[in-house]
Write a protein that binds this ligand. Structure first.
Ligand code: COA
Length: 167
């Protein structure tokens, strides 16, 4: 958990690169279904952890998961492959951030990676009393970041509409 005392005020804006996080893990038989593919629930767990890391880095506070958009597992990840999870903050609202988490399968012998799914996860920063707290703005620094920022803004409006929080 991030120590609140370490950062009492929200820091200035940050680029997505500044908080990006990557995790890698070997898929073992205990993580797999009867076909020898990594369980979807295990992948979702890793998505949430990687997203938490990037969101906490960006916010400089602890965060909670508010929502995960729909998730399509396009490719299996086999036992003996590595699962690579890459998280980056796309967008910041007032107290929440959208984190894009990409999941890749790596064939370690061949040294090849292939994309398997992408999740968009919203985290809310909390203050010491557990109330939503302001987060630093995201400062996109590349054209790709700017495009992710724009698309994330649209997804956020759609989420808020679904939640009845947007007129
Ligand atoms: C997330 C949580 C703190 C939001 O509380 P809330 O009373 O809705 O707070 P607010 O109305 O002040 O909204 C805070 C932010 O959360 C966002 N938010 C709330 N619910 C959301 C949802 N379902 N999806 C996306 N964003 C959401 C709001 O849009 C707002 O963002 P903004 O400040 O950037 O505009 C609260 O719902 C909660 O504690 N949920 C449980 C979290 C948890 O335990 N997760 C682990 C899973 S067990």
């Amino acid at each position: 958990m991030v120590n609140e005392a370490d950062s009492p005020k929200p820091p200035a804006g940050k680029s997505p690169e500044a908080s990006a996080a990557e995790m890698m893990e070997l898929v073992l038989p205990n993580d797999a279904n009867l076909l020898g593919n990594c369980l979807g629930g295990r992948v979702m767990y890793l998505i949430d952890i990687a997203g938490f890391l990037a969101a906490s880095r960006h916010c400089g506070r602890t965060v909670v998961t508010a929502s995960m958009d729909s998730l399509d597992f396009r490719e299996p990840i086999r036992v003996g492959e590595a699962v690579v999870v890459q998280a980056r903050v796309n967008y910041a609202g007032r107290t929440s951030v959208e984190v894009e988490v990409r999941v890749l399968a790596e064939n370690l012998a061949a040294g090849r990676r292939r994309p398997t799914c992408t999740a968009y996860v919203t985290y809310v920063a909390l203050d010491g009393e557990g109330r939503p707290a302001p987060v630093p703005p995201v400062i996109p620094s590349t054209d790709a970041d700017r495009e992710r920022y724009r698309a994330a803004g649209e997804r956020r409006r759609e989420r808020l509409r679904r939640l009845g929080r947007l007129e």
